[in-house]
Design a binder for this molecule. Structure first.
Ligand code: NAD
Ligand code: UFG
Length: 336
């Protein structure tokens, strides 16, 4: 049984991954400062799995607390989710984003190095591809950043490459997520954004449940079949399972790899809206608004590397993503 340290494990993707780890028989230690999550998520994960999670409310900016975790536990590998993730906010408060995401990661890597823990799965993002020249996007595409959030991911990826060059005993997987949506089948854990959601699926859910009036559709004049933005939405449980495959891979094939986690299929805003209406039986009112600054027309993954290297493929389709998102939203109208 391995002990896995999960930073940011109380958050949306973290909590779903912790559940899958527990169900796989792994022992999980979560550290999270709860700046964008609630402890209730982990209580529910314990309930669902019937297993205990070791949890410490720790900020990655606090080196001493972090070091103490590595002293106390015999950690085999780290999954590093913790970070701030709102693109628009990152433009307004870039220093906070760099401080939290970069310094937090440097502290984590320092503690790992000091304690000889060299297996890491890092949450990167498709945002590192900037505005790609074509789709589907392979891992070999050039990378760039258009906002401080994306730049923090790109810089961390580069730091990790430097670290690997300096000592190739490190085993690192950079998972570049496309658009995670949906929730666990139970409807007990899901995405719980504070305030008005930035992302499409939680916004649609809140309109469907009657908490928001109307969905702003940011642009219907993109070069896409219906003019709205196209993205690669991936069920959060598929994404979580990708992390288990990444951990397995780390233990048998050392090295550093960047890997896309997506479905390989793009859907437009209208396609998502209609699929959600079908899954929920609700009508979602919308209005066309100007394009959102920084948005691109199309983004979807070439997923062959994940299949070849990890033996992983997303299995859940759009209908399931919408049904599960709706179950979570309707069972927990006010979140946790
Ligand atoms: P989330 O906000 O739900 O989870 C992140 C967790 O990290 C939260 O629980 C938060 O409290 C914690 N955290 C933040 N700063 C911390 C710090 N300094 N110390 C300790 N804990 C801290 O976000 P999520 O959607 O679960 O995303 C997880 C990771 O995946 C993030 O790194 C995010 O950038 C990345 N990612 C997310 C998406 C997405 O659309 N959700 C897409 C691509 C990449
Ligand atoms: N959209 C709307 N109305 C909304 C919200 C979104 O029309 O209220 C549209 C956007 O214009 C875009 C699509 O829905 O075309 C998806 O938007 P999201 O905000 O859900 O997702 P993004 O692709 O913009 O961003 C996500 C993550 C980022 C990450 C990026 C690339 O939120 O963190 O994917 O991986 F950087």
């Amino acid at each position: 049984m391995s002990q896995i340290l999960v930073t940011g494990g109380a958050g949306y993707i973290g909590s779903h991954t912790v559940l899958e780890l527990l169900e796989n028989g792994d022992e999980v230690i979560v550290i999270d400062n709860l700046s964008n999550s609630k402890l209730e998520s982990l209580k529910r994960v314990e309930e669902l799995s019937g297993k205990k999670i070791i949890f410490h409310q720790i900020d990655l900016l606090n080196k001493d607390d972090l070091g103490a975790e590595f002293k106390k536990y015999d950690i085999d590998a780290v999954i590093h989710f913790a970070g701030l993730k709102a693109v628009g906010e990152s433009v307004k408060i870039p220093l906070s984003y760099y401080q939290n995401n970069l310094t937090g990661t440097l502290n984590l890597l320092g503690a790992m190095k000091e304690h000889g823990v060299k297996k890491l799965v890092f949450s990167s993002s498709a945002t590192v591809y900037g505005d790609p020249d074509s789709v589907p996007i392979t891992e070999a595409f050039p990378t760039s950043a258009t906002n401080p959030y994306g730049r923090s991911k790109l810089i961390i990826e580069e730091i990790l490459r430097d670290l690997y060059v300096s000592d190739n005993e490190w085993d690192i997987i950079l998972l570049r997520y496309f658009n995670p949506v949906g929730a666990h089948k139970s409807g007990r854990i899901g995405e719980d954004p504070a305030g008005i959601p930035n992302n499409l699926m939680p916004y649609i859910s809140k309109v469907a449940v009657g908490q928001l009036e109307i969905l702003p559709v940011y642009g219907n004049d993109y070069d896409t079949p219906d003019g709205t933005g196209v993205r690669d939405y991936i069920h959060v449980v598929d994404l979580a399972l990708g992390h288990l495959k990444a951990l397995e891979h780390l233990s048998v094939h050392p090295g550093l790899e960047a890997i896309n986690l997506g479905t390989g299929r793009g859907y437009s805003v209208f396609e998502i809206l209609h699929a959600f209406e079908q899954a929920s039986g609700k009508t979602v009112a919308f209005e066309i608004k100007p394009r959102r600054t920084g948005d691109i027309a199309k983004c979807f993954a070439d997923t062959s590397k994940a299949d070849d290297v990890l033996g992983w493929k997303a299995e859940r389709d759009l209908a399931e993503m919408c049904e599960d998102a709706w179950r979570w939203q309707s069972m927990n109208p006010n979140g946790y």
